[in-house]
Design a protein around this ligand. Structure first.
Ligand SMILES: CC(C)(COP(=O)(O)OP(=O)(O)OC[C@H]1O[C@@H](n2cnc3c(N)ncnc32)[C@H](O)[C@@H]1OP(=O)(O)O)[C@@H](O)C(=O)NCCC(=O)NCCS
Length: 186
């Protein structure tokens, strides 16, 4: 079962960051990340407006992990001890052996290769610790940074889903990316 991983410790010690479960104490750092309009520009949710919303977001991450619905790691910067982003996988399908990845990083840490380090680690985790066969990602077309990240990590662009979802009041096109177990990247 894919969900067997929820019985094991999830933390990973990488070169510059620790990936570890999110706690209620992370709400201040989550607020800084998720209230930034630039970070949230291509998200289907609005930037956080209050610290209370950050408490709710932390609780949602904690509850989804407890309910075995989603693995969302906090990305803790080793040098500062600060939570600088999150990444993980969700929409886990036991039948279809697939899951979707998602990630975001605080703006002043962009372009330093940090998310490459984190998502490479979670891809290795997925393909060694679970029997997931297909990892998907959905990206809005103007989100070049996210598409470059996926391309660099061996994902294949499968095309554009036209007017796929309502986002910020309008129906938008979304690109779909995947990495399969037998692509042999991980
Ligand atoms: C997408 C995001 C997580 C990338 O994180 P990051 O740590 O800056 O990415 P990396 O530094 O590991 O870069 C990965 C690759 O993308 C490229 N890249 C990163 N930002 C870029 C940008 N703005 N424009 C063009 N290329 C970019 C890098 O050059 C790198 O490729 P290279 O190693 O071949 O040079 C970050 O921009 C972010 O948090 N964006 C807002 C949230 C978001 O959009 N999440 C995804 C929703 S689908």
């Amino acid at each position: 079962m894919i969900t067997d991983i929820f019985d094991e410790p999830l933390s990973m010690d990488l070169e510059r960051v620790l990936l570890r479960p999110i706690t209620a104490d992370d709400a201040d750092d989550l607020y800084e990340i998720f209230s930034d309009k630039q970070v949230m520009k291509y998200y289907d949710r609005l930037p956080l407006k209050s610290r209370e919303e950050a408490d709710e977001l932390a609780k949602m991450f904690i509850d989804c992990l407890a309910d075995r619905k989603m693995v969302r790691w906090g990305i803790e910067e080793k040098s500062s001890g600060k939570l600088i982003g999150t990444c993980g996988f969700f929409c886990i399908s036991e039948t279809n052996k697939k899951a979707e990845v998602g990630y975001e990083l605080r703006r002043d840490r962009w372009g330093m290769g940090i998310m490459s380090e984190a998502v490479e680690a979670i891809m290795k985790y997925i393909f060694t610790k679970t029997d997931i066969n297909r990892v998907e990602a959905f990206v809005e077309i103007p989100n070049v940074a996210s598409m470059k990240l996926l391309d660099k990590l061996g994902f294949v662009n499968e095309g554009t889903l036209r007017q796929y979802e309502r986002c910020r009041g309008e129906l938008i096109d979304v690109t779909i990316w995947s990495c399969l177990r037998n692509d042999g990247v991980y």
